[in-house]
Design a binder for this molecule. Structure first.
Ligand code: ZN
Length: 501
């Protein structure tokens, strides 16, 4: 089969030049200069220069032109007209609201295109025999061609880069013949695959089914022809755009927070429909960071590497956290914007954040996994009923790790199941508080998930051993701070140092 013969046959079937190149299996940039590529492939140019004709008639007789030029295989998908319509529709959408450098097109194509591809496949086999394979499509499939042809053009016209994680432009296309053709396809499917039809109660006609089942090796041309023409006839109308929906990227903003208040909950604290605390760490951070990325603050998810109790502060380098922001209007965060957000959160006086930055989505695993293996560093202010003795101080200098058995504390039994968990305590280090002989400052390093208050006082033996049982005297815990979390994530960034331009 000569390229010239193939192209002449395709031309006689009303196939457009771009689709002719698809059937010549052109790649990438070869679609950019049609004539050059055709010549390179030993195909004589058509005297009837389609593109010029289109330009002239576009101004004078748009209606007539549409009828003449609809390609029988792509239904006008690759025509200049459709590109222009697509572009102007994107620009007329909320596109300008998004401040994204990268885009991705997700085009939902009518099934008519797949049916026409199959009709042409049958036609080519009739015309050129076994030089057309019955398993390998004779063309560059439309879906792939959209990526090769439409994506670069749209990206270029919009001056955006292409990135699968960029702003997603969901484009729905239809064709006036589609409904009728799908109806015929349901009948064809029953006839072509009777065994399957009887096993399944309802056959879902889908694009995937067409892709998998509908090839000349699996469907007889004669059966297909009872419902559809071979080759596919010219269409009167071009493909139509039914909707454009934009979906911004999922942006992840990470940082570390310090909790400076003993009267602040982690997330909104609501009991029986009533708010127990006015504010929360989650809300303060989202309030100041969220609006830069989205108007819908309620859609943001706040996650952190563990959490502390309402009355526990978190000091030191702070606790890693991340905001997951869906459908964001922008995906970048400059250092000066980040610094302004950090200062705004700090101004709350209750929470302080730093290292604020956009992180790749893949890095979320740092915060989600391995929680149990992490070490936590605490400082507890404790009171004894008597002055601290040298013996007590010695008993509370423990450098070798030991295990405890800890029953779920009574205070959390309403939301956690009753279990006895083993936990490892890595070290205990106590000293007397200056100016108060009955008070101890105890530094404790534990496995994540240890209940520290219960580790100190023992909760009537529900945690064993406890610091109280070790010294054989009651200990009251008065204040607790988290002073370190062994997760070196996200990267340290000093947003107060401004970028140089
Ligand atoms: Zn075409």
């Amino acid at each position: 089969m000569k390229n010239q013969d193939l192209v002449e046959y395709l031309r006689s079937c009303g196939v457009c030049e771009i689709c002719q190149l698809r059937y010549l299996k052109a790649r990438g940039a070869e679609y950019r200069n049609i004539n050059e590529t055709l010549q390179k492939l030993d195909v004589k140019l058509n005297e009837y220069v389609e593109n010029e004709e289109l330009l002239i008639s576009a101004e004078n007789q748009p209606a007539k032109r549409a009828r003449l030029s609809v390609c029988s295989t792509c239904l006008g998908l690759f025509s200049k007209d459709f590109q222009n319509e697509l572009l102007s529709s994107i620009l007329a959408s909320d596109f300008a609201k998004y401040d994204c450098q990268k885009i991705v097109l997700a085009i939902c194509l009518p099934m008519s295109l797949q049916l026409r591809q199959l009709a042409m496949w049958f036609a080519l086999r009739r015309r050129f025999g076994s030089s057309i394979d019955e398993n390998i499509p004779p063309d560059v499939p439309i879906k792939e061609a959209v990526k090769l042809i439409l994506h670069p053009i749209i990206c270029e016209k919009l001056a955006k880069g292409y990135d699968a994680n960029g702003l997603m432009i969901n484009i729905d296309l239809t064709h006036n013949l589609e409904d009728g053709e799908v109806e015929k396809l349901v009948k064809l499917n029953k006839e072509a695959f009777p065994a399957k039809a009887s096993h399944q109660k309802r056959i879902e006609i889908s694009r995937g089914l067409l892709e998998k089942q509908y090839q000349p090796s699996k469907v007889k041309a004669e059966t297909f022809e009872k419902y559809f023409q071979i080759p596919c006839p010219n269409a009167e109308e071009s493909i139509r755009l039914t909707s454009i929906e934009l979906q911004g990227p999922l942006v992840c903003v990470a940082g570390r927070y310090r909790k400076l208040s003993r009267e602040l909950s982690h997330t909104p604290w609501i009991l029986n429909g009533k708010r127990l605390m006015e504010d929360s760490i989650e809300e303060i951070i989202i309030r100041h960071v969220g609006p830069h990325f989205t108007e819908k603050l309620g859609k943001i998810t706040f996650m952190s590497s563990g959490r502390e109790d309402v009355d526990v502060r978190c000091l030191g380098k702070g606790r890693p956290f991340v905001l997951e922001i869906p459908n964001a209007i922008r995906s970048c965060l400059s250092k000066d914007k980040a610094f302004a957000m950090e200062r705004a959160v700090d101004a709350s006086g209750m929470v302080s954040i730093h290292n604020l930055q956009v992180v790749p989505r893949e890095e979320l695993t740092h915060i989600k996994t391995g929680e149990e293996q992490k070490k936590k560093f605490y400082r507890a202010l404790c009171a004894l009923q008597e002055p601290v003795s040298v013996k007590i101080l010695e008993q509370l200098q423990i450098s070798a790790s030991f295990d405890i058995q800890q029953k779920t504390p009574i205070r959390v039994l309403h939301r956690r199941p009753l279990h006895t968990r083993p936990r490892t305590i890595y070290s205990v280090n106590a000293k007397v508080q200056r100016g108060n002989p009955k008070a101890l400052i105890i530094d404790i390093v534990t496995q994540a998930g240890t209940y520290i208050k219960e580790l100190v006082h023992g909760e009537f033996g529900r945690t064993s051993p406890s610091l109280s049982s070790i010294i054989g005297k009651p200990i009251d815990i008065q204040a607790l701070d988290v002073v370190g979390i062994d997760l070196d994530w996200p990267n340290e960034v000093d947003n107060s140092i401004q970028e140089e331009y």
